[in-house]
Design a protein around this ligand. Structure first.
Ligand SMILES: NC(=O)c1ccc[n+]([C@@H]2O[C@H](COP(=O)([O-])OP(=O)(O)OC[C@H]3O[C@@H](n4cnc5c(N)ncnc54)[C@H](O)[C@@H]3O)[C@@H](O)[C@H]2O)c1
Length: 350
């Protein structure tokens, strides 16, 4: 008898769901997308048209969760993640959720502990971990390429790319600006390569320098300048429990020549390396060595790889490859950046 396919439901059927998650699930032969929920009917209909299968449509995800589903893929604005994850776990479904898993440490702890109690897979789709340079560099670092990492310089800086959609520019939906949108990506990837030392002190700033005015035209279209209420720039200095430090810079708008600089640099006692360019520097005796690591080009798109990894964790009952205990460290730093701006001082993390 043929085995029943795994049944997947989507919550949120906007840009990232269609462009990156659907191809990821469709690459898996034992999976079918059977249901979608979106508060916007047009988005859900567009999704069904694009996927082509027999898909049930809901405007309220709680109704969809009554179906017999194996897993739920959550692609809503950030602030909807926690209620949607909670409801999905309570309904006994495994959960893949777009980044950030949630925008506060309190929420992450709540959903993480629930997933653990229920024995369900919970994974935040930090797809940059599955980019070819990320996997190759992590492997190289674990083989001793850097030695002890004492400092990281992390950048997620855009010149004029501010996502104009409501889910990004209103705090009530996004929980924050570039910190929660792109800072979270670079920070997660850098900390992952550093094996997640625990952050203990954070000094940060978060500002709205340009988004309220019109001095920098957005390359992704205009936005609601009046209603915009998140930062468009943030920077931070972080201390970790192992003595290492990290600087973070993230922005949607700013005067820089690069269209986008999504990168980090790790400084170790034996060598240094840049991500994603994979350039390295070291010294052997009195000779300086440097070059570019050769990255194998065997991977699929990073989102597809991430979805395949989630599928394996869920079906083989393996631990999540983006455990909530790691996501909570990333959000602890970003939360502290906002707190530091508000209180005008360094924040000590418990
Ligand atoms: N990994 C990446 O590279 C990447 C890129 C873009 C966005 N994202 C993340 O993906 C998520 C969605 O972003 P997007 O760009 O697809 O946004 P989007 O605005 O295109 O889509 C969000 C969808 O969620 C729907 N929605 C809102 N509230 C809902 C609710 N209560 N129930 C059901 N549906 C609801 C909206 O109607 C919309 O269709 C965000 O968390 C964002 O941070 C990740």
């Amino acid at each position: 008898m043929a085995r029943r396919k795994l049944r997947i439901g989507f919550i949120g059927t906007g840009g990232i769901a269609l462009s990156a998650h659907v191809p990821g699930w469709q690459a898996l032969p034992d999976v079918e997308i059977v249901a979608v929920a979106d508060v916007r009917e047009t988005a859900a209909q567009g999704f069904v048209k694009a996927t082509g299968g027999r898909v049930q449509v809901f405007s309220d995800y709680r109704e969809m969760l009554k179906l017999d589903l194996d897993a739920v893929d959550i692609c809503t604005p950030n602030k909807v993640h926690t209620p949607a994850v909670l409801a999905s776990l309570q309904a006994g479904k495994h959960v893949l959720c777009e980044k950030p898993l949630a925008t506060t440490t309190k929420e992450i702890r709540k959903i993480g502990e629930l997933a653990d109690r229920m024995g369900l897979t919970l994974m935040s789709c930090q797809h940059m971990r599955w980019q070819a340079p990320s996997l190759a560099l992590r492997d190289w670092i674990h083989h001793g390429g850097l030695g002890e990492v004492y400092h990281a310089r992390v950048r997620a800086m855009r010149r004029a790319k501010l996502p104009p959609r409501p889910g990004f520019i209103y705090e009530r939906l996004s929980g924050g600006g570039p910190c929660m949108d792109i800072g979270v990506h670079a920070l997660d990837a850098a900390l992952w390569m550093m094996d997640f030392p625990r952050p203990v002190r954070v000094s940060g700033t978060s500002k709205t320098n340009f988004a309220k005015g019109r001095r920098i035209p957005g390359q992704w279209g205009d936005w609601d300048h009046e209603g915009f209420d998140v930062e468009d720039f943030a920077a931070a200095f972080v201390h970790f429990d192992n003595g290492a430090t990290l600087t973070l810079e993230t922005a949607w708008l700013g005067h820089q020549v690069e269209d986008e600089d999504m990168s980090f640099q790790l400084y170790g006692l034996r060598g240094g390396v840049k991500w994603p360019s994979a350039e390295f520097a070291s010294v052997h005796g009195r000779t300086f060595t440097q070059g570019t690591l050769k990255i194998p080009e065997t991977l699929d798109k990073a989102h597809t790889e991430a979805i395949q990894a989630f599928h394996q964790c869920m079906t083989r009952r393996k631990p999540s490859l983006v455990p909530w205990t790691e996501s909570i460290q990333v959000i602890a730093i970003l939360e502290a950046v906002y707190a530091s701006q508000k209180k005008g001082r360094e924040i000590v993390l418990k």
